[in-house]
Design a binder for this molecule. Structure first.
Ligand SMILES: O=C(O)CCC(=O)C(=O)O
Length: 274
């Protein structure tokens, strides 16, 4: 008998107490064997359907930067993927570990193929990822959010996988990388050189990393000749409000400054106990 994704109970496992402690201390954690391979395959199939095998034949999304060619996944509209996002949010709540039991709100889910550095790309997306924090680009009034970085195929450093600066999430907000005038973040903040940098990640199918929006991270170029297929899903504390600044990740035209994010666009996927 064939098993469909919707017949199976959970698309992922639950984070362990050790993983929660590692995340709290380092600002990131690798979750080995977190996802069922079938859900990873479903994500890859959707990425290829929307973006083509080359990860670059998608409708123009209007964003040009070297890190990757971004394109929305739209997972909330696909029942199996919505179930995944809800399960991810429940794990984000455990990792966030707020004392008042705050829940978790969906922020976005985006394919992020990094295109091969050796091939010209009209879309950009074929360079290294400079070291940065995510937080400042999101225009939120509070920290606590995190990215689940889901490789859709096994991959390692040659594909341009991330390294993390351990403990950098405890250093506060370090500015927008566009304000560094081309300098590396460690030139602007030499304090970061006192911290350890993780190895670039190597992922088996089903492995995922999670990093705090305040954790400094970056990646090399994709030195292979095929796309580095990955999906980022970003989660926020359910009590996050827009801070009124122009965000890079969403259109705030329906919000007032300091407004709680609305349920229509940013649904609460993991209910809080507060
Ligand atoms: O995929 C990459 O190279 C970088 C991803 C990133 O910056 C993020 O997940 O916040």
């Amino acid at each position: 008998m064939t098993t469909t994704l919707s017949q199976t109970p959970s698309p992922c496992r639950t984070v362990s107490a050790e993983e929660i402690a590692f995340y709290d201390e380092h600002g990131w954690v690798k979750l080995r064997g977190f996802l069922r391979p079938a859900i990873v395959q479903a994500l890859l199939d959707r990425g290829i359907m929307l973006m083509g095998e080359d990860g670059a034949s998608n409708e123009d999304f209007g964003i040009r930067q070297p890190y990757f060619n971004p394109f929305p996944c739209g997972g909330l509209d696909v029942p199996e993927l919505k179930a995944l996002l809800i399960a991810v949010a429940e794990n984000a709540k455990l990792l966030m570990n707020r004392k008042c039991g705050t829940g978790v709100r969906y922020f976005f889910d985006t394919f992020v193929p990094k295109l091969p550095a050796g091939k010209a790309s009209a879309r950009g997306g074929n360079g290294p990822t400079s070291f940065h924090q995510d937080f400042i680009t999101f225009a939120m009034d509070r920290s606590g959010g995190m990215q689940f970085w889901i490789p859709l195929q096994p991959c390692g450093p040659e594909k341009g996988t991330m390294s993390f600066i351990n403990g950098s999430h405890k250093m506060g907000v370090l500015g927008n990388y566009t304000a560094y005038e081309g300098r590396d973040i460690t030139e602007v903040w030499p304090e970061l050189l006192d911290l350890e940098v993780s190895e670039p990640m190597t992922y088996e199918l089903g492995d995922v990393t999670v990093h705090n929006h305040l954790t400094v991270h970056g990646a090399g170029a994709n030195l292979s000749d095929t796309p580095r297929w990955a999906l980022i899903t970003s989660m926020l504390p359910a009590d996050a409000h827009w801070n009124g600044a122009p965000p890079e990740a969403f259109d705030p035209s329906h919000l007032k400054p300091y407004q709680l994010l609305d349920e229509d666009r940013f649904p609460t996927l993991a209910r809080g106990s507060d």
